[in-house]
Design a binder for this molecule. Sequence first.
Ligand code: NAD
Ligand code: DAU
Length: 348
Amino acid sequence: MKRSILITGGAGFIGSHVVRLFVTKYPDYQIVNLDALTYAGNLENLLDVKDLPNYIFEKGDITDEAFIDQLFGKYQFDGVIHLAAESHVDRSIMDPLAFIKTNVLGTAVLLNIARKYWKDNMENKLFYHVSTDEVYGSLGEEGLFHETTAYDPRSPYSASKASSDHFVMAYYHTYHLPAIISNCSNNYGSHHFPEKLIPLAIHNIKNNKPVPVYGKGENVRDWLYVNDHARAIDTIFHKGRIGETYNIGGFNEWKNIDLIQLLCRIMDKKLGRPEGTSAQLITYVKDRAGHDLRYAIDATKLNKELGWEPSLQFEEGLEKTVDWYLANEEWLQHVTSGNYQKYYQEQY
Ligand code: NAD
Ligand code: DAU
């Protein structure tokens, strides 16, 4: 079947994996990657697929209504996979308004234009919104986030994502816009911007710099290999039920400090350093404001209903990730020069 699909934020970490999967797996689909190329967007993430005949890149901002309108007119999309966002919690603490603008207003603009173009024929249309488990707030020692868990966002980032989720559902209920949301746990893998814990730690260990661990390192995250998230998005986009939410996660909880210790052991092995060398770089620093204690996803619905499951064990995925960063020194150098240095100094 021929389709015309808009993927927003396709030059970012997860978006680039989704674009790669769709353009290679579905040669009949026209895939338009719309990205503003903020500090987090990088066309180097897509060098291997940029010349494929079914791939088109459009530079633009999702908050620019006239531009989005023109884009829908030009490509007559029947599907949207919306990933574009400001995505880093620490930056949202520094500058909340940027998050409200892109994540809330940007999502509303996309919904509004999709509705304008689809309102006379909603058949075979889909607005797929990619969201986060952080909308559910913070867990104690026990329990999991389910699709029915009440929203309780606590950072400006998660509040903006929660708001965007609500707008998606409002457009579904009010205007019958065909929509699906997925809420995923922490991703890791190649092309991850080194402001986030895992790539930041790999970069710093490689350069013998301190590895900052917030607070006591006891916060827990549930890690999923980014390619498995992209596979889940593919599954939900094609088989998910309209109006539903699907939680995506790897049943893979780690305390930050245990994860960093494991990463240090892998880095020692890969760099040929005596065991224990990298761990000496671990440095406890001031905690994140409002730091959520624990996230853990129950992905049973996605597994039972649509048959998706993660493909990789964590250690294997982490080794692959480290291998990618060690083999892609030039990519790391490009993204850590310039503004990154300024951000790093302000943050740490
Ligand atoms: P990212 O920061 O790596 O990429 C975001 C992309 O969006 C970048 O390419 C950036 O240029 C683009 N962008 C930002 N503002 C834009 C705008 N106004 N107009 C157009 N493009 C813009 O983020 P990511 O980690 O790949 O996350 C992608 C999506 O997945 C986000 O919606 C995020 O909330 C969600 N998510 C992320 C994770 C995770 O662990 N990283 C987990 C669950 C959900
Ligand atoms: O849960 C999904 C979310 O995961 C996504 O929605 C976000 O876009 C994504 O950034 C991620 O958010 P986190 O805040 O959990 O990820 P981050 O990599 O920033 O931090 C992971 C944990 O590590 C968190 O408990 C904070 C801690 N941390 C982070 C950094 C950057 C440190 O201890 N030191 C650090 O330097």
